[in-house]
Design a protein around this ligand. Sequence first.
Ligand SMILES: *Cc1c(COP(=O)(O)O)cnc(C)c1O
Length: 338
Amino acid sequence: MGWIKLDKNAFFNNLRLISNKAGSKEKVAIVLKDNAYGHGLLEIANLAKEFGIKRAVVRNIDEAKRIKNLFDYILILSDIPQKKYKFHFTINSLEEIQKFKSGFNVELKVDTGMHRNGILPNELRDAFKLIKKRGLNLKGIFTHFRSADDLSSELFWQKENFKKIKKESLKLCKEFGFKRPLFHSCNSAALFRSSYLEDDFARVGIAAYGYLEMDEVFGEFALKPVLSLWAKRISKKKIKKGERLGYGGVFEAKEDLIVSTYDIGYGDGFFRLDGKREFILPGGYKVVGRVSMDSMSVICDKDEICVIGDAKKKARFFNTISYEVLVKLSPFLRREIV
Ligand SMILES: *Cc1c(COP(=O)(O)O)cnc(C)c1O
């Protein structure tokens, strides 16, 4: 089974750029959901702590428990607790408020235009009322923008909506006797598109891992990919001209070749190539035939080979985004910090 290398210098480079953009390390929450975007939850959490990041965002309680000693603040995006924890829990709808027992720390997600989840701006007062009645501690108010990475003005009206919500929330806090909550709205793209951060912190995922999926007109930001995927050679063969290789024999050698088979396949989260379109690995090596569950064949005779370097390049080939290429990587792959 191949393995993942995590480049600590690249990660720290990205965290430095992000902290500068946000204003300080304190104004950055690292998003660690889905096994830290496939990188490895504990590895990335430990590195982020070493760098000085104090806030983390995860998807569920299970992830939060695994990193609870590493951060002062952990926000859970989507989970309802049965037991008492000091984590912050997201409220995604008015109905959800009823599901929390009294005493929990909650943050209210407000829909500023994405229409995916979160309460509507005109439900704000009702939400405050219910949170008060339920005896919950209101710790934050936040939103998530739908078009932060698009070349359009959409981000700006959504930001305006959030500004209004902040103002309204501060009034409601006074009225209902809550302390000032934390306000946050920006993901990676929104942070890098803003001239400065108006909130208490930004929730940054993909940029920390070295990518931004936004139009080039927004500039180059010197982010570096943190992850690379490596494979070891299982075997090496001479293939004669005219011989065919792999499932379905879709590859036919046009000349005599040395082909090696490496121990990464679609079972490890490397997307399956069907052998019909030419795919070139970092270093210029050509994948031949179909990718198998646990292996792939490459015109190469090296002992070890890098099979993912720039996730964005692979994403473009499959008409998807870097997030998906990364997050699909198997949690069973060994992670090595270099
Ligand atoms: C995933 C997620 C983020 C991080 O987004 P990136 O584009 O990876 O920076 C921020 N906020 C919420 C609510 C998310 O679900």
